[in-house]
Design a protein around this ligand. Structure first.
Ligand SMILES: Nc1ncnc2c1ncn2[C@@H]1O[C@H](COP(=O)(O)OP(=O)(O)OP(=O)(O)O)[C@@H](O)[C@H]1O
Ligand SMILES: [Mg+2]
Length: 248
């Protein structure tokens, strides 16, 4: 479904991606792990075309994303941004239903609002929240609104950048289950970035570790536990000592 071949991206002298090769099969849940600042969010933005990579190829169903027709291309994706990125001046339900009311999908307002309320329910938010503004919500509630927005238009491919960060353990569990459901029931392809090892175990079919600008390791959750790779072992056990420096 998604294929990256030798993807490079630098910002000035900061060489963030240095030849990333990664294949994400359709209908699977891929989780990307890696230290802070290694380029996980940049990688995601490159796939979405929000950041233009320097060299290499990014293919979606065999089609080069840089040559795709933008609107139909983006209509296939759902995205949860790490920082939430909600529209401050829109009510919660208008944020969630944004794609449904604008662009190709175009649903009537009442129907879009109903879908928004249903998606809010799926992320554990009551209908009363629908008419509030993002500034009136807690951080974890904003995160869940971002998630509801990402899944609102039932996309084929969903990207989640840190979906459980800032959530209490119970709510994180609800979100992990939701991501799993989207993949198993709706047959979507998911790519999730997370530091939360509980989340990795709950949602991943496969795990890939980004380090030093490259995908350093990839495998299943079971393989992750048994791999001798010192980078993976340091990361999953949260050890200060190891090949990954603690000053970055
Ligand atoms: N738009 C940009 N312009 C310049 N540098 C950028 C830009 N976006 C990201 N970077 C740099 O790219 C590197 C990787 O950033 P990125 O946000 O991908 O990290 P990350 O792996 O997602 O980290 P975290 O786990 O903390 O979210 C950092 O050094 C960052 O400063
Ligand atoms: Mg990030």
């Amino acid at each position: 479904m998604i294929e990256l071949i030798g993807v490079h991206k630098a910002f000035g002298r900061n060489r963030v991606l240095q030849g990333v090769d990664l294949t994400i099969p359709g209908g699977q849940s891929m989780v990307i792990i890696g230290g802070s600042g290694t380029g996980k969010s940049v990688l995601l933005k490159c796939i979405l075309g929000l950041v233009r990579h320097d060299t290499g190829k990014i293919l979606l169903n065999g089609q080069d994303v840089t040559k795709a027709d933008r609107d139909p291309f983006l209509a296939r994706f759902g995205m949860l941004f790490q920082g939430g990125a909600l529209f401050d001046s829109l009510r919660v339900w208008e944020n969630v239903a944004f794609r449904l009311m604008h662009g190709a999908l175009k649903r009537p307002k009442t129907e879009a609002r109903e879908i928004a309320i249903e998606k809010l329910r799926r992320v554990g938010l009551a209908p009363e929240v629908a008419d509030l503004y993002p500034a009136e919500l807690s951080g974890g509630m904003q995160k869940r609104v971002g998630l509801a927005r990402a899944i609102a238009a039932s996309p084929e491919i969903i990207f989640f950048d840190e979906p459980t960060t800032g959530l209490d353990p119970i709510m994180a569990g609800v979100i992990n289950e939701l991501i799993r459901e989207i993949v198993t029931e709706m047959g979507a392809t998911a790519m999730t970035i997370t530091h939360d090892m509980t989340s990795v175990r709950a949602i991943a079919d496969r795990v890939a570790m980004l380090h030093g600008g490259l995908i350093r390791w990839t495998g299943t959750v079971a393989e992750m536990d048994t791999t001798p790779d010192p980078y993976v072992q340091q990361f999953i056990h949260g050890r200060a000592e190891g090949p990954i420096p603690s000053v970055r």
